[in-house]
Each structure stands twice: as structure tokens, then as C-alpha cells.
Write a protein that binds this ligand. Sequence first.
Ligand code: BG6
Length: 467
Amino acid sequence: GPKFPQVVVLFGATGDLARRKLLPGLFHLANAGFMPGCRIVGVSLDDLDAEAFRTFAREALDQFSMRRPDPADWAVFAESLDYVPLAGGAEAVRAAVARAEASLEGECRRLHYLSVPPSAALSAVRLLGEAGLVPRSRIVMEKPFGTDLDSARVLNARLHEVFAEEQIFRIDHFLGKEPAQNILAFRFANGLFEPIWNRNFIDHVQIDVPETLGLGKRSGFYESTGAYRDMVVTHLFQILAFMAMEPPTALEPMPIGEEKNKVFRSMLPLDPRHVVRGQYIGYRQEEGVDPESDTETFIALKCGIDNWRWAGVPFFLRTGKRLAEGQRIISIAFREPPKSMFPVGSGVGAQGPDHLTFDLADASKMSLSFYGKRPGPGMRLDKLSLQFAMRDTGLIGEVLEAYERLILDAMRGDHTLFTTAEGIERLWEVSTPLLEAPPPVRFYAPDSWGPKSIHQLVAPNAWRLPF
Ligand code: BG6
């Protein structure tokens, strides 16, 4: 953990993310002794006092904390919570931070967490500047970082007027997931797969993150964001970079960032003809949604990385709300053998190519599917598989939820699992053709796998899900 006591200034303190992840996460970190001391100053548009914020936090923990809060632990945590309505301005935030610091022993550090939509990020940054809260501090910026190339550039430029780059942590919580980091271990700690990790052996890759979840109370945010900005330009592309990058020279922020940025630089600009935008039937009737909304709640697309390793290998990405299943998989389809000696009708190839599949569920899972002989006379082939589940290994460290891990890293000043300004700007650049000429949304039934045209998108291949 960090060496110094921390004052966390949480913007968007009554928002969905704070409720689901940040407050439960901070509670766990504070409790499990990861920090020498911690005070939290919540800030948001809501007109609450500290007591009402504590009630809000308590309800959030009851609903979303992985463990039931122990009364004594809760009492300590509740004490550490304070709240300032945004209307109080810079002076009120400054005063609350000063009070928090006075109550902690020793020199403190500040972590400003901006859990706010892109449109509100700059005013929060300015407020922190005005309040004189820049020294001894780090700032975490939530995704999406900007809404297109121009706004991301402006945001970076304005941010740099107030904070130095070393102070800035652009968060993408998918990189904090254990199984995402396990991709790096799997690829670079083993000699077996890396030699075949390229266009000569890999036919295509799918990154598929269907969600059953709807909007909840987030229609305000979601209407102006949509599935592409909410998930693809952030999480899915970051995962793609872990899959596709060259071995970094060291497991450190600069070398890793550089290899990821090389992937992004090699990405082909998105072609709107290879994008399916969808909207679930009923979305337009939800509270807070425009009855003629063109926001996509689903997106599937084909993209490519035009470098030596990946030229010609399609990457298919899909994600959406209100789909049939919640899954987070990366599936690598290997090329089929050049020639088959097995009789017609033996079953070879009938169930698709061999796959290596990573499951980004909370505890890593992986499987490798291949053809093998079905027992019995003759030669009938079947798709078989090797399965790995971290859960079955008995290896249980102190598992941190993705946000917890990343909050600690930011407090310690470790940028390894954060995204870079250059990488983000490049991803918006790649996105420009799609953002400028989005194809019309197609409707899909809730609990389905998306609009019908998703099959054409991957043809002659097929979606790996549902298994
Ligand atoms: C968030 C998106 O960043 O990620 C949500 O804003 C999405 O819309 C969520 O549901 C998915 O994260 P996880 O960790 O539940 O897979």
C-alpha cells in the first residue's frame, strides 16, 4: 500500500460507480489495512450533508460490498467520510480537505478521483486548481476520456495546465482485472504459445463482452455515451492491446505503454461498413431516454492491426446491454490444418476451428479446444477441450477487486496498469470514421445476442458465443 495517509476527494460521490465500486472498494482497502490512514471527501451535485452521505455510503455497502460490513469497521469508516455539495465551490472543498488532513497523523497525500462524465471533468479539474489542491496529489480520470479526438486533446491540454503528467492516472478498470493481467503472464512467462501468436497460426480473434444488465439509473450518462464510447474505445481496445502487443522490454509503465501504443498506431481506422450498431427494443421508452434516441446499446465490429504480427487477421469485438448472457471472453481461433486425411463426414472441422479462450470472469478461466477421436470403432472426431479454472487451483492471494487494485496503484504512483494520453488520442483517431458516419441502429430483442446482421459481420466465421 501507499506510505502516506490519503485524503480521497471523490467527485461524483453519489453516482452509480461510487455506489457500486468506489465506496465499497475504499471501505475494503481502509479496513484491510492497505492504507496508513484515509479520509474521504465526497463531492457531487446533490445537496447533502456529511450525515446523509454516510447513510448513502452505508446503503451502497449493504448492497454492493462483497463482505457484510462489520459494525466496528463501519463506525471507523463512517467517521472518515465527509461531504461537500459542488455548489459550495473551491473554497468549501479546500476547507473539507484541510479538516481531513488535520485529523490524520503525519504528512498526507491527496487522491482526486473524478468519477464524472467527460463533460464535467474539466470543471472539476479547474476547481481543484482554484482550491490549491494540486500539490502532493494525484488525479484519477474516469473513462471515457473525452468523447472524440478533439475533446480528448482539449482535455489533455487543459489537464496539463493544472496537473503534471506524472500526477495523472487515466483509469480503465478492465486492466485491473486479475485475468487481464494473467494474459501478460500467460503470453510472456511461457515459451509455448508465443511462437504461434501471429498471423501464421491465428485465423481471427474475438473479444466478446455481452451483458445482461440494462441501464439502471444511468440513462443520463448512457444516452450521451452509448456502447462504443462506454466499452469499446476503452475496455475492449485496452484488452486487445494486451492480446496483440509485442513483448515489452520490462514490466514497467513506459515499456508497456509504448508497446500498447504501437498496437494502437498500427490499428486501421474503423470502417463503418464493418460495424453493427444496435439498440434493444424498449430502450426508447426508458426513463430519461429520448423517444427517438439514436444511442446504441450494442455494438459489434471488425477491426485490424496492420503490422507484421497481425496483418490480415480480423479482430471481432462485441458488447451490449440486455443481451442473453453476461460473459467476458477473448477467443483465439487457430488456422485449420492445410490438408485433412480424415474421411468426409468424420466430423473434422465441423465444429469450427481450434480455440484458445480466456474468460475474464472474476477468477481467471481458460480453455483450449481441439479435435480428438471419439471412442469406438472407425474414426469419428469430436471437439474436446482442456479446461483451467483459477478457482480449482487453491491459489488464493489477497484478491483485490479491479478498482481496488487500481486505486492502490494510483496512491502508490504506479502507472503500469493505466492508459496513456497518446494511446487514448490515437484510439479516438481510429474511431473518427465511425463517429462521423455511424451506421443506423438496428433493433434487437432483449435477451438476444444482438441484431441479425452480426452474423454477416463475421462470416464465413461464426461467433464463439454462446458456447
Ligand atoms: C463500465 C461501463 O465501465 O464497465 C458499464 O460503464 C459496464 O456500462 C461495466 O457495465 C462492465 O464492467 P464489469 O467489470 O462489470 O465487466
